[in-house]
Design a protein around this ligand. Structure first.
Ligand SMILES: [Fe+2]
Ligand SMILES: [Fe+2]
Length: 130
């Protein structure tokens, strides 16, 4: 997969694109945070991600999206993973969470948008969602 900037992964659906832009900004804040700011920044990234996923799932229900169960399961997996890292950081263990923020998040985000969200956007546009 190419390494183009995450900001370039625009799907042409205002609602999803706005959430993705906010997710990217919060991820960068967490990635670049110093030790004092990192715990709250990581939690803010996961909190927003959960709200972003809820909105995406509501959209999928609105358009009767057929692959919703698979997509929702992936969302739940990622939230559980993120919450696990937030808990580790709260317990004073930051090394894995730092690697997660620096390495795993951007790879996952790119893959998720291309493999999951782009298809939702395509079907939503066909259903007349702007
Ligand atoms: Fe998604
Ligand atoms: Fe998304």
């Amino acid at each position: 997969m190419t390494d183009r900037p995450l900001e370039d992964l625009v799907l042409g659906l205002a609602e999803i694109d706005a959430d993705h832009a906010a997710s990217i900004a919060l991820w960068k804040t967490a990635r670049d945070a110093g030790p004092a700011a990192f715990p709250a920044a990581l939690a803010a990234w996961v909190d927003h991600l959960e709200a972003h996923f809820d909105r995406e799932e509501a959209l999928m229900r609105r358009i009767a999206y057929k692959e919703i169960a698979h997509h929702e399961a992936e969302h739940r997996r990622v939230i559980a993973e993120g919450r696990g890292f937030v808990a580790q950081v709260a317990a004073g263990r930051t090394m894995m969470a730092r690697a997660y923020a620096a390495e795993m998040v951007p790879d996952w985000f790119r893959r998720h948008v291309v493999m999951f969200d782009s298809e939702v956007a395509r079907v939503a546009r066909l259903a007349g969602v702007a």
